[in-house]
Design a protein around this ligand. Sequence first.
Ligand code: SF4
Ligand code: SF4
Length: 497
Amino acid sequence: MNIRSQISMVFHLDKCIGCHTCSIACKNIWTDRKGAEYMWWNNVETKPGTGYPTKWEDQDIYKGGWEKNGNSVSLKGAGKLRGLKNIFHNPHLPILEDYYEPWTYKYEDLFNAPEGDDQPTARPVSLVTGEPIDIKAGPNWDDDLGGSPDYARNDVNFKDLSAAEQESLFQLERMTFHYLPRICNHCLNPACVGSCPSGAIYKRGEDGVVLINQERCRAWRMCVTACPYKKSYYNWSTGKSEKCILCYPRLESGQAPACMHSCVGRIRYLGVMLYDADKIVQVASCDEDQLVDAQLDIYLDPYDPEVIRQAKENGIADSTIKAAQDSPVYKFVKVWKIALPLHPEFRTLPNLFYVPPMLPAMASVDADGIYDSTTESLWAGIEKSRLPMKYLANLFTAGNEEKVKQVLKKLLGVKIYRRDVTVGDLSQEEVTGAMSAVNMSGEEAEAIYRLTSLATFEERFVIPPAHREESIEMIEATADTKGETGFGFKFKPVRGL
Ligand code: SF4
Ligand code: SF4
């Protein structure tokens, strides 16, 4: 075992209200400057929808992430060697139109326009060229299903949904959506790291935060292509790539990242996970139907004496081990198993997990727009949920519907348990049936309820004390003979920190 510590996150999607406060908090701190206007290190999408940049999930277009190659993986479209071949033309790179052309308004015209019969207006001007533009898209153009025919219908997660299922989602009375806030996943097997010909991207040894060394970046932009989540961005002004830094200066001073601190819905949780770095290759290259379980297996029990012993041997501080034991992420992901990785089939082993949405009402609507009222229960069965199970499975479990169902059943069990506690109008048969179906005790249901609904700031963000002074190694892409693996570890002392 080669035990490492990783800052990981959970976003509880049923709690997100789509207010975009997180995006603005991040923009104000990190990307409110020249060349970064179009960047949203944190963005919030509406699902179904095509997101930002448009259709980022469609790897037939962007060729991001890894593909299985026997017992290993190789980059889909952005390997170092392939990168050299594409040095003058990279067909898989998103262009500005795929994001949107950032703009402002000529506000001064409101004040300086000559007196006349017309109302003065502030025309939009491009923040790139300074010229007037016709606004055609924005970073959340399809917010709340706006422009559904052009956006939501093109969502790649509709793959494998029947035509009837797809059609039903676009009948006005049946429309349903949820929000999907996204930041860099600070992956265990980061494709951005594996693709960089300059070795400019690295994973910090002490907490796994993935960073781009601005001194070493040479504008290859392979990371932009390689990241399947499109969370590495090119700054056209500085000629360097940039990405979410997980607010590491804030973390190092014990504060939650800005997007998490400001989150209105309190959907965000952050904590340490211990994992076995020796298993990364094996997990990233396993069969698609095993990816979720294999990834969850890589995270270790921080209470296990053997894990503690080996973690200490690897230089992990006692305070980090304690933080791993108190981690809310560990509870959501490993203990309760109600948080899942986004698109595990990209094989980057993301460290941001999502509690999938049940949506406010469970009952589905029939063809005439009538809610199913045949059920005697307060909640209809999971199978009748408004978003087809296959859709959620395509988002979170590489298409495995059973896995999503298990999570939703557990979340439903918590609701039923709490209904019984607070209102008491359900039959005991229904309560015990729902709980035993997911093998959940009352204690566990209560714990899930408390961390979901009543958690304090300190319970949501368990930030380990910074240990830069003990940072014994950095993790980088190994420039091995194939030149394309991203999970290699190169140990070197960090000096002067
Ligand atoms: S590959 Fe993972 S770590 Fe790298 S930018 Fe994308 S999401 Fe972040
Ligand atoms: S601040 Fe929180 S609730 Fe608001 S959009 Fe962001 S993640 Fe959702």
